[in-house]
Structures are given as C-alpha cells and as structure tokens.
Design a protein around this ligand. Structure first.
Ligand code: AKG
Length: 271
C-alpha cells in the first residue's frame, strides 16, 4: 500500500517509549526540535483572551509611545505582558499541560525567562520574520535542552498568515545552514488558535510572511534553567498578591543573584 509506514522492526536494542500525547511531543522536540500541543483552553476563554491581547497592546502603545516603539523596532512586540496585562497572560504562561511538557524537556527546575506578545503584521516585514534562535548569538549544542519556548497561538497559524517556519533538527547543529539547505529543508508549522507551538530554543525559526490583510497574533514564552538571566526581571515587576509559591518560583522569585557576599551567605541553608 502506498505510504504504509512499516510497524515491525529488527536489530533494535533500545527504544523510546511515549505513552501519552505529551510524551510524544517531548519525543518530537528532542528529535526534531518542534511540536504543537493543545492548551485545553475553550473557545469562550480564547475569545476573551483575544480581546485582552488587543487592549493590552493599545495600552502598551499609549504607555511607551508609538515613536519610541517604532524607532526601536519594537512596534510588533509587547514585552512582559503578564506584568501589566490582565491575569489571562499569567494563565497562559502557567498552563498545566504546557508546564508538564516543559518539565519533561528541561531537567530540574526551570523559570519563565520572558513572555512577549508578537504581532505578525499584514503584508509587512517584522523583526521575528528573520531566522534566529531564541538563545541568539549561541552556537553550541546540549545533550538536553536548557531553554524551551512556547508560542501561544492567539489566531490560527496558517500558510497564508505567516505561520512559523522551522528548520527541523537544527537545534542539534552548531552553525546556521546555507541558503540552499534552508530552501530545501525549512517547513512551516500550521496550528490552531489556542495551541502552543513548542520549540527547543536552539532550533532556527522565523515568522512567515503574512499575505492576508489581518495581523496574526501570538504570545511567545521562553522557559530556561534558572542560571540564565531573565530578559526583564519579572519578580520586580509583578504584583505577588494571590500567587502560589510554585508560581512565584516559576516567575524567578528566589533566583535573583545576591547583591553582596553577606546576602549570599544568608541565603545558604544551615548545616
Ligand atoms: O511570529 C512568529 O511566528 C515567530 C515568533 C518568534 O520567532 C519569536 O518570538 O521568537
């Protein structure tokens, strides 16, 4: 039969076991560097989030000014919305399904390093439309990920509206490949609104060209081992009322570097 994938095998001593959809996503991210998972968020909550996204953007432009955001090439990004937006931004950063996947990928503790709303504007170039790693300027490989990113799809990500392109398995290579390799091997991820596109941060990726007349919205999250500094210090910018200790830890509370030797010594557990 055409396209019938063989299921039998021989000469195999070791095999990965994936018992759930999350295991399978983790297996795919380890091998290929990318996967999509549903968030479990229902349509009404998603619709409310779409409204939250736009009102948060409007407020952000009022706060920081169109001029400054334009000349810093920041017009299509809203930095750290969970620190100044509705609670729904914290909710998508702490989604249980997502965190269970991240905990299968990053060994030990991890923190939210950054959250950024991303707008892929209609029929225009934008800064995330260039190939990059989410740990930019880095050319190493690691045996297990130290950083994973998760783009929450606020809208459907499609071929037409510039769904994210990835170079499969490029998190395993140190160098950025040749243009010929890219044109042969890049693939575009299509995902539904409410899904997360989860990437090993070292995979090369880029937003596609949005040829529709409507902006395509997403919220990118980067989760890292606590050794990597946050893009913006979240503990200094977030209201802690009502936050559990686990969420505070995820937001980086307790991981800021001590300012002095005395502060370091005071932070050591007593023997
Ligand atoms: O907008 C996209 O599709 C990609 C976003 C991205 O590359 C990023 O936020 O790092």
């Amino acid at each position: 039969m055409l396209n019938h994938i063989p299921t039998s095998s021989y000469g195999i001593l070791q095999r990965t076991i994936s018992e759930s959809a999350i295991d399978l996503a983790a297996e795919q991210i380890s091998s290929l560097g990318y996967a999509t998972i549903p968030s479990g968020i229902g349509i009404e909550e998603l619709n409310r989030f779409q409204i939250d996204f736009d009102s948060n953007r409007d407020q952000y432009i009022k706060t920081f000014g169109l001029d400054k955001l334009t000349y810093t090439d920041e017009l299509n990004i809203i930095r750290a919305p969970l620190t100044h937006g509705p609670e729904s931004f914290l909710k998508i950063a702490t989604n249980k399904i997502l965190l269970s996947l991240i905990s299968k990928l990053i060994q030990g503790d991890f923190i939210l390093n950054q959250q950024n709303s991303i707008i892929n504007p209609p029929k225009k170039q934008y800064n995330q439309g260039a190939w990059h790693r989410d740990l930019p300027y880095q050319h190493f490989t690691s045996s297990s990920p130290i950083a994973v990113n998760a783009i929450f799809c606020v809208d459907d990500f499609t071929e037409r509206n510039g769904g994210t392109f990835v170079l499969p398995a490029s998190h395993k290579s140190t160098k950025f490949p040749s243009p010929e390799y890219i044109s042969k091997n890049a693939i575009q991820i299509e995902a539904k609104a409410g899904d997360y596109i989860v990437l090993d941060c070292m995979i090369f990726h880029a937003g596609g060209f949005n040829s529709t007349s409507i902006a395509r919205r997403g919220v990118n999250h980067v989760y890292t081992i606590p050794f990597l500094k946050q893009q913006i210090r979240l503990p200094d910018n977030i209201d802690t009322s009502g936050l559990s200790e686990d969420i505070k830890k995820l937001l980086g509370f307790g991981y800021s570097e001590p300012k002095t030797i005395s502060e370091f010594l005071d932070s050591r557990p007593r023997t």
